[in-house]
Design a protein around this ligand. Sequence first.
Ligand code: UDP
Length: 243
Amino acid sequence: MEKVRIVGVDFNNISLEDAIHYSMDMLYKGEKGFIVTPNSEIVYECIKNKELCDIIGQASLVLPDGIGIIYASKIYKTPIKSKVAGIDFASKLCENLKCTHFSLFLLGAKPGIAEKAADSLKKQHSGLNICGCKDGYFFNDEDAVTAINQSGADVVFVCLGAPKQEIFIKNNLSKMSAKLLIGLGGSLDVFAGEVRRAPELFIRLGLEWFYRLIKEPKRIGRMMRLPLFLITVAKDSLKGGKS
Ligand code: UDP
């Protein structure tokens, strides 16, 4: 599968539909693995956080979440086909899972949010089997692993924010009976209706980040990493992208 390297992180150059086919194929074959959806903030963090970078390198799929990654791929002159936002990937996967026997566990967000997200996902995808939920503020990973294993889940949406979710996946994948773990940041807040996604026009213009900034001005510190990220990308591409 074609990959595009962005400051040391290899992204799959894949459409949303192909990413779904690949994931469903993994499930039907019984292959164990995990999927990550890094945005430019996370890639920028990978420069300093070797552990996070290594974990992402072991993922079955690395999907480009966010317009920053698309801009970066153009700077390297190896354009990525399309953005695959984690939330879109998760919705489409639910649409496919509802027609199968595979069950889904929702892990993450504040108490009560995963249950709200489950209600909304079940309404949107009639027939979807959500076999359990747990909030993301546990003190002991074992509690989460036990809850997931007891539920018999095949797929887990791990929504603890980065890098916590990636570290959780790496430390616990081998202890889990679930086959596919997916790191999805704040997606449960969106599914639960606690956080609204940007209107379609903002998404189409690549301005989702701007909408989020207006809604949550406290994200300004995090978003300042976007220009820093693009400067790093430009420098790296001048060196031939050898990071
Ligand atoms: N979160 C969690 N446990 C923690 C820290 C965060 O479950 O210990 C959740 C938080 O409630 C939110 C999500 O992780 O639902 C992170 O959301 P954010 O918007 O920061 O993630 P992004 O989508 O930007 O990666």
